[in-house]
Design a protein around this ligand. Structure first.
Ligand SMILES: Cc1ncc(C[n+]2csc(CCOP(=O)(O)OP(=O)(O)O)c2C)c(N)n1
Ligand SMILES: [Mg+2]
Length: 645
């Protein structure tokens, strides 16, 4: 770490030119240090800030900063990011990381990482979450360590529950004698990571540049090892801003990624036997496909067995129209004699029917069915936040990454299949295919109910959108709560056509996470679209400014039921249970009086806006206009007033 003087005014701005002189500068008396450059007024910079005004250090920058150094620790940090191939650094700017910010621009040329300007820290983290699930690698965000991190935490929690890697960083001023009065004190902490420690996989506060390099590489490695999760680094402002004192000794360690752990091969062989002899095996999947290979492997497994797959859609696991996809026929669990759950976070919820608050519950699978889990859930657990669900009894638990374990499982199954089995499996597959076909036809027919209704049915909305995008190279990266029509009606068969849900069910995910995914899709020229609730939209509408500013194409469709509708239903159920009817339940739930005009909001942020669309006849033309805008490389919002079904 660069040596520093104990003198109060020989801090971050007043170093002598050149890294090699830094040590000498640090040892020089304060007067000598400040007179080397262009004579800052005596007692200038922070000493001149009067009184403990909270934002003083931010509102009153020094009148004259001496040109005093040719390198900064931030430069080295940028070099580390470049070796980690980090494409973006999302941020809401702050003085606690001005050293790094400046280095990204002037040392790094604003590439790898390129700055994404975000009007809220939650946007930055959610963008990173959506991005990683399409791009397959993390991006970084940085925030004002104390206050910015508090804004970032909700999104960090979603990303953690969703097992998505995000490199979160926060600026901090560790040394008390280096903090200016006011904001620099209230924005500093001895342990900034404490607030987020329950929902990051690892965090650190490096105290030297070498320490930073090692921790940054470690952070990347930890975050991207399944089960993946956000990590956090607190970056000392002095470390970012001071000259590099020991350049010749600094070393950026090599990143070697951890090979995801495969399940035990004997256990996988046992599972293969169970699956081959089973009459009706069912596979339940949630976050299996980590890479594009995941879907292909799962298809191979299902086709080898000709067995049913139920997809909880935490990732793009299995093609929606595949004849073996039985996701909307969950009753088949009652016939299953072997159930294999892969990367299912909360299995109890998939295997039991229950009433609200669990007054009663009963298994929705056949008693005696053998249950096996394969996944990383049991390899990583924290105590405080209860994201693991109720304890589910199972017969065999195989700890390991499901995607990595699939090849060996498939191989073991193939070894056990003889001709007799092949024809029995084919017969099973045909039955499932017929049932699937009937389910899709039923969905198409159900979708016509209320076709001409105004407000517009969610089924018509989804059907109209699909009609216009199905021949494009599309990617759906968000859905409003309970909007299952796309998965019932659309043909998803490419690994990037879907990227899962929020993880932590923290509302406010959809708009910014969709934008992050759109950023990843932009490079590939894909048409990104997302549906999002009106309530969700209102958490971080300024996401649209980031979309416009960085020219990120995305069609965002607001499913505007003018309410926090999920909660509406809960409240009505509560009132009914208390014997008071359901009529007095709108207060605190509806988003009316005034109605929000989402298209006008969009235009205010420089984004093309359509709507509100209330008459279904207006939907097609509005979509056409919006899609044309998106194809020019710009974002567009369409506000569709929907009925709440
Ligand atoms: C951060 C956060 N606040 C509140 C909730 C409670 N909640 C769950 S669903 C929901 C409604 C969201 O409204 P909208 O996005 O319009 O979806 P809708 O239910 O209307 O389809 C709310 C407020 C939550 N899950 N997360
Ligand atoms: Mg709503």
């Amino acid at each position: 770490m660069p040596k520093r003087s104990n003198a109060p005014d020989a801090g971050r701005r007043n170093f002598l030119k050149g890294a090699t002189l830094a040590g000498a500068a640090a040892l020089a008396p304060p007067v000598a240090a400040s007179t080397q450059a262009s004579d800052p007024p005596k007692g200038s910079t922070k000493a001149a800030v009067p009184g403990p005004k909270l934002a003083a250090a931010e509102t009153m920058p020094p009148s004259k900063d001496p040109v005093s150094q040719t390198t900064s620790g931030g430069d080295f940090m940028v070099d580390v990011f470049k070796t980690l191939d980090i494409d973006y650094l999302a941020m809401n700017c702050a003085s606690s990381f001005r050293g790094l910010h400046e280095a990204v621009l002037n040392h790094g040329g604003n590439t790898k990482p390129e700055i994404l300007t975000c009007p809220h820290e939650e946007i930055a983290v959610h963008m990173a979450q959506g991005y990683a699930k399409i791009e397959g690698k993390p991006m970084a965000m940085i925030c004002h360590g104390v206050v910015g991190l508090q804004h970032a935490t909700m999104a960090m929690y979603n990303a953690w529950c969703d097992r998505v890697p995000v490199i979160v960083m926060g600026g901090n001023i560790i040394e008390a004698n280096k903090r200016g009065p006011g904001a620099e004190w209230v924005h500093s902490a001895i342990d900034p990571g404490a607030i987020a420690r329950d929902f990051v996989k690892w965090d650190d506060q490096p105290t030297s540049l070498q320490h930073f390099a090692e921790s940054a590489v470690r952070a990347y490695k930890v975050a991207t090892t399944p089960p993946m999760a956000p990590v956090m680094l607190s970056l000392d402002a002095e470390l970012q801003e001071n000259p590099i004192a020991d350049a010749e000794t600094l070393k950026i360690p090599k990143l070697s990624k951890v090979i995801p752990p495969q399940g035990d091969s004997a256990a996988l062989a046992e599972l293969a036997k169970m699956l081959v002899v089973a009459e009706n095996p069912v596979i339940i999947v949630d976050r299996v496909a980590r890479t594009p290979a995941g879907m292909a492997r799962l298809v191979e497994l299902a086709e080898t067995l000709q067995c049913a797959v139920i997809d909880n859609v935490g990732r793009m696991n299995f093609p929606s129209r595949h004849p073996l996809n039985q996701s909307f026929r969950r009753a088949i669990l009652r016939q299953a004699d072997v159930i294999v759950a892969m990367e299912v976070n909360e299995l109890w919820g998939s295997l039991n029917a229950f009433s609200d608050r669990i007054v009663s519950s009963k298994p929705n699978y056949k008693q005696g069915a053998k249950i096996v889990t394969l996944g990383s859930r049991d390899l990583y657990m924290k105590s405080n936040y209860q994201d693991f669900g109720r304890y589910q009894e199972v017969d065999l638990t195989i700890g390991g990454d499901a995607e990595a374990s699939l090849p060996i499982l498939i191989e073991q199954i193939k070894r056990l299949i003889d001709d007799g089995k092949t024809s029995a499996f084919a017969a099973r597959g045909q039955k499932l295919a017929a049932a699937k076909l009937a389910a899709v036809e039923q969905a198409k027919s159900d979708a016509t109910i209320g076709w001409d209704a105004s407000p517009i049915t969610t089924a018509r909305l989804c059907a109209e959108v699909y009609g216009q995008i199905k021949d494009e190279d599309w990617s759906l990266v968000g859905t409003a709560i309970r909007l299952t029509w796309p998965h019932r009606l659309w043909k998803f068969d490419k690994p990037y056509q879907w990227n899962g849900v929020s993880g932590g069910a923290g509302v406010g995910y959809n708009l910014p996470a969709s934008l992050g995914a759109a950023l990843a899709n932009k490079r590939h020229g894909r048409l990104t679209l997302a549906f999002g609730g009106d309530g969700d939209f209102l958490f971080a509408p300024s996401t649209l400014w980031t979309a416009a500013h960085h020219r990120i194409p995305m069609l965002y469709i607001v499913h505007n039921n003018r309410a926090y509708h999920q909660e509406y239903m809960y409240l009505q159920a509560m009132a009914a249970r208390h014997g008071r009817g359901i009529t007095n339940t709108a207060t605190g739930i509806t988003i009316t009086d005034p109605n929000v005009d989402y298209a006008t909001i969009a235009r205010g942020f420089g984004v093309h806006g359509e709507g509100p669309i209330i008459d279904p006849k207006d939907l097609g033309p509005a979509l056409k206009r919006a899609i044309a805008v998106v194809k020019t490389g710009q974002p567009a919002v369409i506000d569709v007033v929907t009925d709440p079904r």
